[in-house]
Design a protein around this ligand. Sequence first.
Ligand SMILES: [Mg+2]
Length: 276
Amino acid sequence: MGKIDDATLKALKEKALSVRLGIIEALGIDHRGHLGGSMSCADIVTALYFYKMKHSAKSPDDPDRDRFIMSKGHSVLAQYAALAEAGYFGKDVLATTKSLGSVLQGHPERETPGVEANTGSLGQGFSMGVGMAIAGKLDKRDYHVYVIVGDGELAEGQIWEATMASNVYSLDNLTVIVDMNGIQAMGKTRDRYAIQNIPGRFAAFGWKTFEIDGHDLADIVGTLDKATAVKGAPTAVIARTVKGKGVTFAENSHDYHNNLLTPETREKAIASVMAM
Ligand SMILES: [Mg+2]
């Protein structure tokens, strides 16, 4: 536990590449979509779906499956890419994202195979994760709940209510991962609510916290293993990330928080991801 072998790491890197290409596929051409936030959590989503979580496309209703919630719902393209890669639906479905009648819409909905919660109203996904973790305790189920939140999302008051409740109920079956890319929809997080000392805030609410490089797959999986071994307290993984990671012209910018790719920039984006 806590360290993976080279073959596993290599396989995970290949999955992360597939997820990034899937994000670009789901975004399509000349359709606005959330490239930046999806790319920033792509490695974390990959580690969850292809290393850490107990789940199967063949039994999506298994009561003992681990739960994943994309609380920063606009970044669902990363989840769609992972779900397609894991066989919940065909990869050809990715190209239908946000079109009328598609099971893949702009924010997570439970109509989509493998999606556990409708999110996008920021803060709510975290609270739903708390509910699922409490339910797991009450039902004496051995599943773990994973929630990804954005750093901009931490400005929602509901986040801190959920943080308090998780401590009250000693939810050691809950891990929240903060995708700390420093950017939110309209600009840098430091120019908005400027939330300082994110690990310290979670720790002050009784959480066990970890800090990682959110693009280092070995670091991510090693830390997830440590987080799920913690007993008696919820765990928060604060992941330093780069918005748009992998698409160099979109990195560290809010310009691609919700933007389109032209045929030309799409080709550039694919080439950039392939060169990672
Ligand atoms: Mg952010």
